[in-house]
Design a protein around this ligand. Structure first.
Ligand SMILES: Nc1ncnc2c1ncn2[C@@H]1O[C@H](COP(=O)(O)OP(=O)(O)OP(=O)(O)O)[C@@H](O)[C@H]1O
Ligand SMILES: [Mg+2]
Length: 200
């Protein structure tokens, strides 16, 4: 893959794409390559770590162990709030990766520490990367505070129209040369940084 723009510990990144587009695969690759520490991974669909049982919550053993990489299994928005309470109060900097963020963040109402992290985190070295299938599943603070949007191909006109309002870009004309390719949108500067594709 061509070099992605570097992700800073303060950055928030949203990976948006339909089911099967390659979000979790891309996130897994990023987690291997990102050097940011401490790196916390919320393993929503049990692919980045060994989750002992279906109702387990707590830390899990990462599949690719690396110093400072911590995997967790959570189930509820309350547990996510508890995690952010811990991180906000105990860690000066951290990077958080969450597959399927919509499982933990309500579209309309954010809990206190999650809201602080999403809205103030970039001023305090607290970034993260999140995947989601539909833009309508996202609380507006998530995209509103993201630096980069990794956008897989979508045929959903409403999603694209909504994203056009946010980015000011013509997203209907984006070209995707392959099924699992994505565009990187710099949301701070309303710029399409081009097409990228992970080679497996
Ligand atoms: N860059 C790629 N090249 C080839 N195959 C890929 C690529 N990315 C993902 N795939 C394949 O596509 C399938 C779906 O990928 P993945 O599970 O990452 O999608 P997803 O967007 O996370 O889907 P869901 O929303 O259902 O979780 C997998 O079988 C994966 O191996
Ligand atoms: Mg997935």
């Amino acid at each position: 893959m061509n070099n992605l723009p570097p992700i800073d510990i303060s950055d928030k990144v949203v990976i948006l794409g339909y089911s099967g587009s390659g979000k979790s695969t891309l996130l897994g690759w990023l987690l291997k390559t990102i050097k940011l520490r401490p790196l916390y991974i919320v393993d929503t669909v049990n692919i980045y770590s060994a989750v002992p049982s279906y109702n387990y919550s707590g830390t899990t053993k990462c599949n690719n162990p690396a110093k400072g990489k911590i995997c967790l299994k959570l189930h509820t928005p309350e547990q996510f709030e508890a995690l952010l309470t811990y991180l906000n109060h105990k860690k000066s900097n951290f990077f958080l990766a969450v597959d399927e963020i919509d499982r933990y963040c309500d579209v309309w109402h954010l809990t206190t520490e999650v809201k602080l992290y999403l809205e103030e985190g970039r001023n305090f070295g607290r970034g993260g990367i999140f995947t989601v299938r539909r833009v309508g599943f996202l609380n507006k603070s998530i995209l509103g505070n993201a630096h980069y949007l990794y956008l897989f191909k979508s045929n959903n006109a409403r999603d694209l129209q909504y994203l056009e309002q946010i980015t000011g870009l013509d997203l209907f004309s984006l070209k995707y040369s392959q099924e699992h390719a994505f565009h990187v949108i710099d949301l701070h500067n309303s710029r399409d940084l081009g097409e990228f594709a992970l080679k497996l």
